[in-house]
Design a protein around this ligand. Structure first.
Ligand code: IVH
Length: 669
């Protein structure tokens, strides 16, 4: 075959194979036998072997790229991927309806959809071609999992229209594939996945795309990233557009004229849920009109125009075998129920926190009791109640100890508290927990230093306090279990990097009583550096909004303690940053910001700052940064290649600044 004929044939084969793939994986309605598909695929492969330059990224042969990655790249979502507020009962849904109507009036239509229990994905297409797929991540930054997503056959590599669009949906593992995968894992002596969601997430987090390809994942798409770019006026039309572009959209969606119809839809699916071939964990209810969605807008975390109804938690009965005690960072003794292992809402449960002695008395929990277990918010196992009627008389009263299970000093119950505490500041359990807290995500965020490594370092007496972390040497780390040269190098780099953290991370990490992550940020912003905070009086502290008397007392007491001062000096000598790295709050700045109280939208590509940096700085100047342009927007900052948002701002007569002008406001130029 000459090149010209080959080109033509390749095009024909692409079209046919794409069509057959679509019929099979999206419509669930194949028109040709598998053997015919395979024959055409072999033909395409052989032409591509002969003319490798005819292999294009959208070729059906390119679903499994073969290339093994060393890590996933980070992807910044142009429009944040938010989550949804939850409703747990009818009353919550009526409340939602009332809140919606307060803003948009009584004339509102909803769309109900199944809440697929998988993981959120974002897919970007340029001129109809799939160019990037990402996880949700923290909502702002996700991971580039394009090569894994390409292996999912229901994701089109080319759209039915040459369109540039970002779409969102859920990747999931059907129940059947999940069961087969776990069976195979168990036969191989491997740990099975807890539930289809974990299995889907685990598959898409593999660096070798061949693993994802073998896992039979599927998708449902349910949103367009920026609907103002496509011209649809309702969510339902948006879903139909997605379908017409070739995506798999869940068929069970329904328009509901009012909240009563929504409740009927919910009830129907509570009953029909077990018959579905995939897991759902609730129903998502969305306001249909985009105009009304715009009016409703967003809270910091989620849209006001949608809500997720979560199905009631599954409850199961099991036996309470024992009660274990642990000592927390602040010396609190927490009892934990040790249960006869049982599956609840998809995962095996064998422990549940009992919180404190009062709760054990209130629920009248005895050793050997049969108890009802559920997962609060479908995540954290909890003991609901005891089945008193199942008692045999063999059950035993549980008595809280009088002495610390770790250091044996006498436990106390502080006035007004339900918890028993070990108040020995040298208690090893407290020190270990304090170390674990110091390296945790919201504190110093040292990658590779988890609970296990800290526990080992502590028990090997390589670290006694948090400052010792900064003295760790390569050879000491290499002696630990499962620590190769690579992980040691990475860990040392992570420790070094944490030295530059902004003050609030260190402050939170020190674990000063009552100072949470948010208060630490306020303190860091207000005082700017550690010495200024250490010198602050109780009055200066309580004068700050959000800092109460209890916290002020605790901070003053902390800095009066000689050991604490010595520790901070050790950290200073180790080279830790003791300053706040961000900008000071509006009140603290000498210039009064013209952005205070303004609603600002960022669009297009920024050159000097990342979008996140710009957002943070805008917020530090008192602006409220939102995702979409509406009548309520005061200002639009337009970077390069700004598209429909800029047009819309111009239509609405909203003030527009370029990046330079914004930098001037930040005093960066
Ligand atoms: S809409 C602004 N629709 O549920 C958020 N989400 O917290 C828009 N999910 O992370 C989400 N099925 O992964 C939407 N039909 C559906 C969904 C759905 C599952 C997930 C999604 C999101 C979480 C909501």
């Amino acid at each position: 075959m000459d090149k010209k004929a080959a080109e033509k044939k390749v095009q024909e084969l692409h079209n046919l194979l794409n069509q057959y793939n679509y019929e099979y994986h999206v419509l669930d309605h194949p028109s040709v036998p598998d053997s015919e598909y395979d024959r055409l695929m072999r033909e395409l492969i052989s032409i591509e072997e002969q003319y490798p330059d005819l292999i294009s990224p959208e070729s059906p042969t390119q679903r499994v790229g073969g290339e093994i990655l060393s890590a996933f790249e980070k992807v910044e979502h142009r429009i944040p991927m938010l989550s949804l507020g939850n409703a747990f009962n009818e009353a919550d849904l009526y409340d939602f309806d009332r809140r919606v109507k307060q803003v948009v009036g009584d004339d509102v239509e909803y769309v109900c959809e199944l809440k697929i229990d998988g993981l959120a994905i974002s897919l970007r297409y340029e001129n109809g071609l799939f160019i990037q797929g990402a996880t949700r991540g923290d909502g702002t930054i996700g991971e580039d999992i394009t090569s894994n997503l390409k292996t999912i056959r229901s994701i089109p590599l080319r759209l039915k229209q040459e369109m540039s669009i970002e779409v969102r949906g859920e990747a999931y593992m059907p129940k059947k594939s999940f069961e087969a995968l776990n069976k195979a894992k168990e036969e191989n002596g491997e740990e099975p996945f807890a539930n289809p969601r974990n299995a889907a997430a685990g598959s898409l987090r593999q660096l070798d795309p061949r693993v994802a390809a073998s896992r039979n994942l599927d998708t449902f798409l349910y949103a367009i990233g920026d609907f103002s770019e496509t011209g649809e006026s309702t969510h339902n039309d948006g879903l139909n557009l997605l379908e017409n572009l070739g995506f798999k959209v869940n068929k069970e969606r329904e328009k509901c004229a009012n909240i009563e119809e929504v409740l009927q839809y919910v009830q129907k699916w509570v009953e029909k849920r077990p018959n579905l071939p995939y897991e759902i964990d609730g129903i998502v209810i969305k306001v249909n009109s985009f105009e009304q969605q715009r009016e409703l807008g967003f809270t910091a975390k989620s849209p006001r125009w949608a809500i997720a109804y979560k199905f009631p938690a599954e409850e199961v009965v099991t036996k309470l075998l024992d009660i274990e005690l642990s000592v927390g960072r602040t010396g609190v003794i927490t009892p934990t129920a040790i249960l006869d292992p049982v599956r609840v809402a998809g995962t095996k449960v064998q422990r549940a926190s009992l919180h404190n002695e009062d709760l054990i008395r209130e629920k009248d929990i005895k050793l050997g009791d049969y108890v009802v277990i559920k997962k609060a918010g479908d995540i954290i196992p909890e003991v609901v109640n005891v089945l008193v009627e199942k008692r045999t008389g063999e059950e035993q009263e549980f008595l809280m100890p009088t002495h610390c299970p770790e250091c044996e000093s006498e436990l106390v119950r502080l006035e007004g508290e339900v918890a028993l505490r070990c108040i020995n500041p040298k208690c090893p359990a407290q020190i270990r927990e304090g170390l674990i807290h110091f390296v945790s995500r919201n504190a110093m965020n040292i990658d590779g230093l988890g609970e296990k490594v800290i526990s080992q370092l502590f028990s090997h007496e390589l670290i006694h306090d948090v400052a010792d972390i900064y003295r760790l040497q390569q050879d000491q780390l290499l002696e630990l279990e499962r620590m190769g040269e690579k992980s040691v190098t990475n860990l040392l780099a992570a420790i070094e990097k944490s030295k530059t953290n902004s003050l609030e991370k260190l402050l939170f990490g020190l674990g000063i009583r009552h100072v949470g992550a948010k208060a630490a940020k306020t303190l860091a912003q207000e005082f700017g550096n550690m010495d200024a905070l250490a010198a602050a009086t109780r009055e200066e502290l309580t004068a700050i909004q959000d800092i109460g008397e209890k916290m002020a007392d605790s901070i003053v007491t902390y800095f009066e303690n000689e050991d604490a001062i010595q520790l901070i000096n050790k950290l200073k000598n180790a080279g830790l940053n003791m300053d706040y790295n961000g900008s000071r709050p509006v009140e603290a700045q000498s210039i009064s910001s013209s952005l205070a109280g303004k609603t600002v939208v960022l669009t297009g590509k920024l050159v000097k700052l990342t979008r996140n940096e710009a957002k943070e700085k805008l917020e530090a100047l008192g602006a409220n940064v939102t995702g979409s342009v509406s009548k309520k927007t005061d200002l639009v900052i337009a970077g390069e290649d700004a598209g429909s948002k800029l047009t819309k701002a111009q239509e609405l007569g909203i003030e527009v600044w370029d990046e330079e002008k914004m930098l001037e406001e930040f005093n960066i130029n």
